[in-house]
Ligand binder design. Structure first.
Ligand code: IMP
Ligand code: MG
Length: 191
């Protein structure tokens, strides 16, 4: 019997092509990132800002590896919908509840692909005068960043393929997979 975190979702299995990053690898990496964040911000408290919906999983796990007082807030921005290519258009669908002025803010992202979403968010959030603003992203797609970005904490660099799991969806499915995987070509036809 395996642990809950390495359990799989039987109904998703026919669509999964390859597991790129296992649940164990993700947890080990988040623990490492959490330890770095804990020492970098020692003696301070942090406001974690998650970008919905994808970041809710990484945010929940990463937060529990950060041994500091934390507050949480979320933003929702427009994403791909059911398509797998970025539109370059970013819209805020839900704004933050917190005032950022004077706060140490850590933006938590599931994945940075073109970087357009992140670039827009950083500019927007910086305008609210936080004491500091840094980024933690679990995944970064290699070679595809259209804009150079300063990401303080990165989990894994992955090839420029569309991936699902660990918060990432295709047509709103697969977010609850504990690992990151690619889909079989046939899986894209059904949405
Ligand atoms: P970017 O603006 O191109 O960096 O991508 C922004 C958003 O697109 C991410 O926060 C994800 O929600 C989504 N995204 C990018 N790549 C993938 C992927 O491989 N799988 C699922 N969602 C993705
Ligand atoms: Mg998405």
């Amino acid at each position: 019997m395996t642990s809950t975190l390495s359990a799989y979702v039987e109904a998703y299995e026919p669509d999964i092509q390859k597991v790129l990053i296992s649940s164990e690898e993700i947890q080990a990496k988040l623990e490492e990132m959490g330890e770095r964040i804990t020492s970098d911000y020692a003696g301070r408290s942090l406001l974690l800002v998650g970008v919905l919906k994808g970041a809710f999983v990484v945010m929940a796990d990463l937060a529990r590896y950060i041994r500091l007082p934390l507050e949480f807030d979320f933003m929702a921005v427009s994403s791909y919908g059911a398509a797998t290519k970025t539109s370059g258009v970013v819209r805020i669908l839900k704004d933050l509840d917190h005032d950022l002025e004077g706060r140490d803010v850590l933006l938590v992202e599931d994945i940075v692909d073109s970087g357009l979403t992140l670039k827009y968010l950083l500019k927007n959030l910086a305008g609210r005068k936080p004491a500091s603003l840094e980024v933690a992203a679990l995944l970064r797609k290699e070679g595809l960043q259209m804009v150079p970005l300063d990401i303080r904490y990165t989990g894994f660099d992955i090839p420029p393929e569309f991936v699902v799991g660990y918060g990432l969806d295709y047509a709103e499915r697969f977010r609850n997979l504990p690992y990151v995987a690619t889909l079989k070509p046939e899986a894209y036809g059904e949405a």
